[in-house]
Design a protein around this ligand. Structure first.
Ligand code: 13P
Ligand code: SF4
Length: 302
């Protein structure tokens, strides 16, 4: 990125007392300009604790919504307003309400990849980093509705031994990866360790040496003696892995592992946001007051 643009962003950030948060799936130049990069759980924690007046959220809509719920007094900007999460949109308020009526005693565990409306119907949220802990925290005799990711839900069922009522949503990006593509990559890199995100299908997870959130993957690579890794998640994370571990090699098993929504945000969108203080994501108070309960419960789980 050219220095003039970088200095402009730094000046605007200082003027507005803003902080730039980025998910690992963002474009490399966005990650490089961010004050903090993290997985969904870390980004929620950061949004809750920052002293900045303005949060520029380089991610997708539900992430900015979560930041707005946790920090109602701050201005939360989503530099590209059309960056959504198709999986979050697969779970609708009316549908979940109906399912709750069918299972009135069930606890609702919702992945943080949900709309604020859906969170208002949830008992507790989770991310890929803490889903096993969150589900284990529900009393064993209580039924659980898990929404919206069937792949993450199925993985959590396997790890906890809990049978859950699974919403049939999925991530368009991770769900496309096949075992065949991973096996082909293993044949080309037989020494490589395989890490996978739990949004991948079971046939992919079965091949993995480790299953992690995006930050979990970075930690695993840092602690491993291996030199080569097959990374089964959105390709944006490779930038961070190569930056942090220049002596290790990373292979993406499919060119389909690109989330179009995560790639929508451009540097010029950040400049525009900071200059104009928009597009803003603001969750109305009545929804916020209910949606914050499951998010706070999740953040209390260590
Ligand atoms: P994590 O970074 O929490 O693993 O989430 C992945 C994701 O799909 C975010 O949209
Ligand atoms: Fe949603 Fe999947 Fe994109 Fe994450 S990677 S934002 S879950 S579509």
């Amino acid at each position: 990125m050219d220095d003039i643009v970088l200095n402009k962003i730094i000046d605007l950030k200082n003027k507005q007392n803003a902080v730039i948060l980025s998910h690992f799936y963002q474009r490399p130049e966005i990650q490089d300009v961010a004050d903090f990069i993290g997985d969904s759980l870390e980004l929620s924690r950061k949004a809750a604790e920052t002293n900045a007046d303005v949060i520029v959220f380089c991610g997708v809509h539900f992430m900015a919504e979560t930041a707005s719920i946790l920090s109602p007094d701050k201005k939360v900007l989503l530099p590209n307003a059309s960056a959504g999460c198709p999986m979050a949109d697969m779970a609708d308020y009316e549908g979940l309400l109906k399912l709750k009526e069918e299972y009135p005693d069930a606890a609702v565990v919702s992945y943080v990849n949900t709309t604020a409306d859906v969170k208002t119907l949830s008992d507790i949220c989770c991310t890929s980093a803490n889903a096993i802990k969150v589900v284990s925290s529900i009393p064993p005799n209580r039924e659980i509705i898990f929404v919206p990711d069937k792949n993450l839900g199925h993985y959590v069922e396997k790890m906890t031994g809990r049978k859950m009522i699974l919403w049939q949503g999925y991530c368009n990006t991770h769900n496309k990866l096949t075992a065949e593509e991973v096996i082909l990559t293993i044949e080309n890199h037989p020494e490589a360790k395989i890490v996978a995100h739990p949004e991948c299908k079971e046939e992919v997870l079965e091949l993995a040496d480790g299953i992690f959130s995006t930050s979990g993957m970075i930690n695993y690579v840092g602690e491993s003696d291996a030199k080569e890794f097959i990374i089964c998640t959105e390709e944006g994370i490779i930038h961070q892995l190569e930056k942090r571990f220049p002596n290790k090699s990373f292979f993406i098993p499919s060119n389909k592992l690109v989330c179009p929504n995560m790639k929508k945000t451009r540097i010029e969108d950040i400049v525009y946001s900071l200059e104009n203080m928009k597009p803003e994501v603001k969750v109305p108070d009545d929804i916020r007051e209910m949606a914050i309960i499951p998010i706070k419960r999740m953040l209390e789980i260590k």
